[in-house]
Design a protein around this ligand. Structure first.
Ligand code: ZN
Length: 502
């Protein structure tokens, strides 16, 4: 028995004007063949696949196709889309026939001329393996599930959690579903329903029992204990995608029980629609948030969640919105904030340690959302922002944000990296020689996932109304391609689900 595994991972944000290219994937770490299997054996969904397959009594041969990851960012160029497709399809074509395909996808990757990247790639994979070979694909909870994806994969298996702390477990669930199909005779049918709604990422927190997301997580997990259910997925898409099929979705796969799939799909979709307003919440204006942080910082860390400039959500990571307020205060302990700016890193490198730099900072990568701030800073430290991420988004995931520098203005410490990455991670600040949990205030560029790292240790968390490519009030911005009506852009009087079967 031969099972092919591969990964295609990037979350696209079409408000980010910087295109994602082949170089971004290569910088993150493309792996092929046996090297993929060796290096990803304990990392993320691929690690979940590999560990599970190695435990199967059938002892299948694990065929590494290709791992294609890039950090969230702007839409991929069309050439990049063609390269991604050719890499994955080429790797599969180069193999003798396989018995199944397990893919770790994000599900919200968009390219110029290909608003849905995963759909056409799944279709190309299906054309190679034919109708009888099972294809199981895992997805992020913020994926945009399309009809083409549902039609070409036998089962789609999204994350259950936000923050995404079940990345490896989702890989294991994907492998377990595949085992039921391949070795236990399950015959997957799935019911699919798009729900005409998009919600902010800030309040969808499955760690908070009061959050609407934990209600759905419990139901999904309960449903997956049903002997006939192969997978239950409820995907509240990430909002910053101006594409024709944008919308939330429910997809339920059962073992040859179309009625059960349809019934549960319709029930969850109706409930999601009815409770859509429960995903909305208030954010604190930036001036008030920084003032609150200053007032409240004695005896503990205040974390400011900067969702709008979340690099995890594909924003550029160089918004100066919160920094502008931070520098107005004399912080008793360090104030920590990050910026993405290869230009500033290069300039600081020329100036050297201890130099004073007066000049613009940030606000250049997405000028529509942020402007540079002119500040005098001291060049404090150079470092390579390389670390292993475990927690939200990753387990043993190697991240490399490139050559980096720490700049200081008063007690405000700016970690400036060359590339975007998990700009919420305590490890990033630690690599910079800073102590995140001893700071007065820390800006985490993330709408919700940062909570996994800080909820237990921070004195207070404030979610800030900031500016960037991933605003929480996205519906106030111009979208041209999205389907209408779509809530909350439009009020929709009545809507009822009518799931379709595949
Ligand atoms: Zn996500």
């Amino acid at each position: 028995m031969r099972i092919a595994i591969g990964q295609l991972w990037q979350e696209t944000n079409t408000f980010n004007p910087l295109p994602t290219t082949r170089r971004d994937f290569e910088a993150f770490g493309v792996l092929r063949g046996a090297e993929l299997v060796a290096q990803m054996a304990d990392v993320n969904e691929l690690g979940g696949f590999i560990q599970s397959l190695r435990r199967w009594p059938e002892q299948p041969e694990i065929v590494g196709l290709v791992r294609l990851p890039a950090w969230p960012g702007g839409a991929a160029t069309h050439e990049t889309f063609e390269w991604l497709r050719d890499e994955l399809v080429g790797a599969l074509r180069a193999q003798p026939p396989v018995d199944a395909v397990l893919l770790a996808l994000h599900g919200a990757l968009t390219a110029v001329g290909a608003p849905d990247v995963e759909g056409p790639i799944l279709e190309a994979v299906r054309q190679i393996v034919g109708p009888a070979v099972p294809i199981v694909a895992t997805l992020d909870l913020h994926c945009n599930i399309t009809r083409q994806m549902v039609q070409n994969a036998n089962v789609l298996v999204p994350f259950h959690t936000v923050p995404h702390i079940d990345v490896v477990e989702t890989g294991e669930r994907g492998a377990a579903v595949l085992h039921r199909i391949l070795c236990e005779g399950a015959r997957p049918v799935r019911a699919f329903q798009k729900v005409p709604m998009v919600v902010p990422a800030e309040w969808a927190n499955t760690q908070d029992p009061a959050s609407i997301s934990s209600t759905f997580r419990k139901q999904i997990e309960q449903l997956e204990t049903h002997p006939k259910v192969l997978s239950a997925g409820l995907a509240t898409v990430q909002p910053w995608l101006d594409i024709p099929e944008l919308g939330s979705a429910v997809v339920i796969a059962t073992d040859n029980d179309p009625e059960l799939a349809k019934r549960e799909c319709a029930r969850l979709a109706a409930q999601l629609w009815e409770q859509r307003r429960d995903y909305m919440g208030d954010l604190m204006p930036v001036e008030a948030a920084v003032h609150e942080a200053f007032r409240d910082q004695a005896g503990g860390l205040v974390v400011l969640g900067d969702g709008a400039d979340s690099t995890n959500s594909g924003s550029t990571g160089d918004s100066t919105c919160i920094l502008r307020e931070l520098v107005k205060y004399e912080w008793p302990r360090p104030a920590l904030v990050s910026l993405v700016s290869p230009e500033v890193v290069a300039e600081a490198t020329r100036l050297g340690i201890g130099a004073q730099r007066t000049g613009p900072l940030g606000g250049v990568r997405a000028p529509r959302f942020s402007q540079p701030i002119v500040l005098t800073t001291e060049v404090v430290r150079f470092f390579d922002a390389r670390f292993v991420l475990s927690g939200h988004l990753g387990k043993n995931l190697r991240c490399d944000l490139g050559p980096s520098v720490v700049l200081r203005h008063g007690n405000v410490h700016m970690v400036v990296t060359s590339r975007p990455g998990p700009h919420f991670a305590p490890k990033m600040f630690e690599e910079a020689g800073l102590r995140p949990f001893e700071a007065s205030v820390l800006v985490a560029k993330s709408p919700c996932g940062f909570r996994a790292a800080y909820q237990e240790k921070a004195k207070r968390i404030i979610v800030v109304q900031s500016t960037g490519c991933a605003p929480a009030d996205f519906w106030r911005y111009d979208y041209r391609e999205i389907p209408r009506p779509l809530w909350p852009w439009d009020e929709i009087e009545t809507w009822a689900p009518g799931p379709t079967l595949a």
